[in-house]
Design a protein around this ligand. Sequence first.
Ligand SMILES: C[S@@+](CC[C@H](N)C(=O)[O-])C[C@H]1O[C@@H](n2cnc3c(N)ncnc32)[C@H](O)[C@@H]1O
Length: 228
Amino acid sequence: MQTPLFVQIMHLDKRLTACADLVYGRTVADIGTDHAYIPIALVESGRCGRAFASDIHHGPVERARRNVAEHGLSEKITVLCVPGLQSTEFADCDDIVIAGMGGEMIASILKEGRDRIRANARLILQPMTKPERLRAYLWEHGYRTTDERAVYEGERIYQVFAAEQTGRNTPYTRAEALIGKRQEGDSAYAALVQKTIRTLTARTDAKQGAGRDAADERELIAQLEELL
Ligand SMILES: C[S@@+](CC[C@H](N)C(=O)[O-])C[C@H]1O[C@@H](n2cnc3c(N)ncnc32)[C@H](O)[C@@H]1O
């Protein structure tokens, strides 16, 4: 396809902006890219010189190809149709973004593709559900997590964080797996802990009200309160 004469400039929403902001390297892969908004924004702004936009399904891959072409970036962004990290191209990437999928799915992509991830690659992760499963995988497989961000959009809070290999496992509590470890100078952390406690308390009260055992949830709430 020809480079269009009038390229659109990509604007990301808050969730995707938070992911893009954590990309530090020059070559990035976006796994499960769908629309390819993150690679387009990163290359268009000059933050990255090269990118891979990859998805398992043909529909998203076609959408990504069309968007990349419309932005005149087909020579700098390679669009791939592969499951997870199953391409040798990813071994050259400084940063790997996996956003908008469940935490268990992201963990399984990382586990299956572990041989394709460079030792010093940075992972930028945004689990939509079960963040605790993803952090548990990372902390039990030699990664440390950094740059925890809570992104507020309407009623929703999205968790975004980075991970780097250290070769050492990290001890953790269930509460930390759920919302991340406290970071120096993170003023949003307390708000996230409080909101999580409120949500969990409402769910736990409803469970107990229905006559079901909620000891597990109560223990998790107590752990969360210790983080305040
Ligand atoms: C909800 S979209 C998220 C799109 C984008 N990353 C975002 O955060 O807005 C999830 C995408 O992941 C893709 N996907 C699901 N499982 C995948 C896998 N194992 N490997 C690659 N892509 C996958 C889906 O086809 C879909 O396009």
